[in-house]
Design a protein around this ligand. Structure first.
Ligand code: V47
Length: 426
């Protein structure tokens, strides 16, 4: 029985075994192939070469300080944003942010992941005070905060350069930038889904500046909406080119589009659906194969489910999203996943895939390995030591509740030009 069912993958397999860089055409072949197992096996080879059996995770907490966003009406894929006066709009005071961080105190947190909307009035000082305050209260916790889009928005609001905003963030304790806001760089797709957002070139320029300042960052691609396979490939190639220049990206995270409670999902007739497991795994694997210079590829279980994320660990992925605690962006868009995973659950997921869990900090330095670890899950053997301080349940209270936007209306005035049906969209 042949191991490769798609003969077009043969030459790519040879390149992967020679550790040779893949071309644009190779990447297109991969995205257009339905020989998922071969693609996954090739990505597994590339990943094992770099990371062996290690799978990283961070004990992290997501915090979204505001959902008020000036792009509310033009980023039609987003279900999180609100106009300032819209039902469900919120902006946390600093005390509320500190209380939110404290509410998960019994989680062994190592990283705050902080992203939010582009608020028209919140100034840089609010964020600097937040980061300084968090640092003072949680000195061992890394702060991964503000997407390139938020950084550029603050620079505009303050009439400062992006560089000066980044320096101020770094001085206030930010250790890395998250990868959000990239969406897909294709100008045509961006015009459809995120018309007024920072362009792809501008997004890359913010990350280039951060890398020059010694601030590492993550990168993402939002897939499964109107993008073509060529758009995906060109997006990955743009990330690879910047990484050749700066080496500043730590990890790549493909983000699966969720269509509930947003205008794009309504216009595409996709409400209530999700990307397919095949497309989720393919995006992980092709990311690993094309981005040969980015050390890690992360699977985001809140979007694709812990089940797909576990399988992704043998499809080229060496990093699993962590404990999360409470997350709004994806759960407002229809993600049916849990809000958080316990530390033990994350470790068990990784072990269940036959991999070696490695707890890391934001910068991928090892915090803990698990050679002699025994779970503190309820089913564990009595008397066997485990991880102290594992939360039995998620935090409670009004901060930790979601009120969905009412069902989005497809725009009557502005017909959304759907560029292509992507596989997995049916
Ligand atoms: O840029 C918004 C995405 C991103 C939807 O760096 C959606 O470790 C799917 O920055 N369906 C923000 N996705 C999140 C982000 C992030 C997430 C995970 C890990 C990291 C990291 C960063 O969320 C946005 C956008 O691409 N998003 N709406 C939606 N309906």
């Amino acid at each position: 029985m042949p191991l490769i069912t798609d003969p077009a993958l043969g030459p790519i397999g040879e390149k992967v075994s020679r550790n040779e860089r893949l071309t644009r055409d190779d990447a297109l072949v991969l995205f257009n192939s339905s020989d998922l197992l071969t693609i996954g096996r090739l990505a597994d080879v590339a990943n094992r070469r770099a990371n062996g059996d290690r799978v990283y995770f961070a004990a992290n907490q997501h915090i979204n300080p505001t959902n008020v966003c000036v792009l509310r009406n033009t980023c039609v894929f987003c279900s999180f944003a609100r106009m300032p006066q819209e039902a469900g709009a919120y902006t946390r005071s600093l005390e509320e942010v500190f209380a939110e961080a404290d509410a998960a105190r019994d989680n062994p947190t190592r990283e705050f992941h902080i992203v939010g909307g582009l608020h028209p009035k919140l100034r840089l000082a609010y964020y600097l005070d937040m980061f300084r305050g968090l640092q003072a209260r949680h000195p061992g916790v890394h702060i991964k905060a503000l997407t390139a889009v938020e950084v550029a928005h603050l620079a505009r609001l303050e009439r400062m350069s992006v560089r000066d905003v980044l320096i101020a963030l770094r001085d206030a304790g930010v250790t890395s930038l998250p990868g959000g806001g990239a969406e897909v760089f294709s100008p045509a797709a961006r015009a459809t889904i995120a018309d007024k957002k920072l362009s792809g070139e501008e997004w890359l320029a913010v990350h280039r500046e951060a890398h020059r300042l010694g601030i590492p960052s993550n990168c993402t691609m939002l897939y499964g909406h109107v993008e073509t396979m060529a758009d995906r490939v060109d997006h990955l190639l743009a990330l690879r080119a910047l990484q050749d220049e700066t080496s500043g990206f730590l990890t790549y995270i493909p983000l699966a589009y969720h269509p509930d409670h947003n205008e794009l999902g309504e216009a595409l007739g996709r409400t209530g659906t999700a990307t397919t497991g095949c497309d989720d795994l393919k995006n992980i694997a092709v990311g690993r194969l094309v981005l040969d210079n980015i050390p890690h590829v992360k699977t985001h279980w809140p979007m694709v489910t812990p089940f797909i994320s576990q399988v992704a660990l043998t499809f080229g992925c060496d990093d699993l999203e962590g404990t999360v605690v409470f997350e709004r962006v994806y759960h407002e868009a229809g993600a049916g996943t849990p809000m958080w995973l316990g530390y033990d659950q994350v470790v068990s997921l990784i072990r269940g895939a036959g991999k070696q869990p490695v707890e890391r900090d934001s910068l991928y330095r090892t915090v803990r390995t698990f050679k002699d670890w025994a779970s503190t899950d309820p089913g564990r053997k009595p008397g066997v030591p485990g991880v102290p301080g594992v939360r039995p349940q998620g935090p409670e209270g009004p901060t930790f509740q979601i009120s969905h936007r009412p069902r989005a209306r497809a725009r009557g005035q502005r017909e959304l030009p759907v560029l292509s049906a992507v596989d997995g969209a049916e």
